[in-house]
Design a protein around this ligand. Structure first.
Ligand code: SF4
Length: 338
């Protein structure tokens, strides 16, 4: 399989907002769920970026908008330099054919009434590849690439006849079969056993390298992000609060929420691991009426009274490619930092 050697920016997300109208969601009162609220980041060809945050922070809405299952309310998504906000019909199908999607629950993602062959031939047929010999050639190549061999042992099976790890490899094969430029991976290993997780993460890393594939990796599990992402951003209540190179953020976190998230992540090496965890107090806020000022202020040990609860912090540059949205890093002030 030939690989196109491209550099530069593949995906540009600029001031993206995705708001859902409550009435459209079946509620009687007016208002909006501000699921994504002013998110910006870039992803280069062949690179990986991870998006982490608690459940309900907006990462799934962001992912669905990149897949154009949601329409942006404001802001823009550009893919290979073209704005994809308003794509419809054939143009939208063409855009989606360049993106592979790996779901969290492999069993739920695979239709139980179809064989592996039928599952993998469906996206080919939808995208105009109807010749059965060509379909078979691509299916065999995809199954071999995800290390499901011999192909003849797998191809006529239904999903329930496969293990969880094999099912997730079929989901990956389906995501790869149209030779996408971008893979969107939504918690791809969270439902797998620990031993299988490592295999699947290694496989994704291999695909990224071999195919110069860009990966947008969504997770709440910080223990898996270091595997293959070069960059990472942390979301809280629909907004990015910190973005950096992977090692910078994990080894030198700045934002109080990032500290709390890292601290709350169980560490098997740590003595008394669970007792020593420091978790953020309280619950994530409502996205219908998010807190004023910094959205983390009701849970933040460092909140500055009269400032954090009133004014939304801008991004401050900490060092190259490391930015944090927190008043503690205002260079004109001298606040204690975490
Ligand atoms: Fe905490 Fe204020 Fe920083 Fe928000 S801006 S994280 S409330 S210190």
């Amino acid at each position: 399989m030939s690989v196109e050697d491209k550099t530069g920016t593949l995906l540009e997300i600029d001031e993206l907002r995705v708001w859902y109208e409550l009435k459209r969601l079946g509620f009687a009162h007016a208002g909006y769920v501000r699921a994504v609220d002013g998110v910006s980041f870039n992803l280069d060809y062949g690179k990986a970026i991870a998006c982490v945050g608690e459940s309900g922070c907006g990462k799934s809405s962001l992912m669905k908008t990149v897949l154009r299952l949601n329409k942006p309310t404001e802001g823009s998504i550009r893919f290979e330099g073209k704005t994809i906000n308003g794509l419809k019909g054939e143009a939208l199908r063409e855009y989606r054919s360049q993106i592979g999607y790996i779901q969290q629950d492999p069993f739920g993602a695979l239709p139980s009434f179809m064989t592996v062959r039928q599952i993998l031939s469906e996206p080919l047929a939808i995208n105009g590849i109807k010749d059965e010999d060509e379909q078979m050639r691509r299916i065999e190549a995809a199954l071999t690439e995800v290390r499901l061999t011999p192909v003849s042992d797998i191809i006529n099976k239904h999903p329930h006849m496969l293990s969880g790890g094999q099912q997730q490899r079929i989901v990956i094969a389906r995501a790869m079969i149209l030779e996408p430029k971008l893979l969107v991976a939504d918690e791809p290993v969270s439902m797998l056993d620990a031993s299988v997780r490592v295999e699947v993460l290694n496989l994704l890393k291999q695909l990224q390298t071999d195919r110069q594939l860009a990966i947008f990796y969504i997770t709440h599990d910080l223990s898996t992000v270091r595997y293959f992402s070069e960059h990472i951003f942390v979301m809280y209540a629909g907004q990015i609060v910190e973005i950096a190179k992977m090692d910078d953020l994990l080894d030198n976190p700045k934002h109080p929420y990032t500290h709390a998230l890292l601290s709350a992540s169980p560490d098997p090496d740590h003595k008394n691991a669970l007792e020593m965890r420091e978790v953020p107090p309280g619950e994530p806020p409502s996205l219908v009426n998010p807190p004023s000022g910094c959205r983390f202020h009701p849970r933040c040990h460092f909140a500055i009274a009269g400032k954090c609860d009133h004014e939304q912090p801008p991004f401050y540059d900490i060092e190259s490619e490391h930015r944090v949205a927190c008043w503690l890093f205002d260079p004109d002030e001298n606040h204690e930092q975490p």
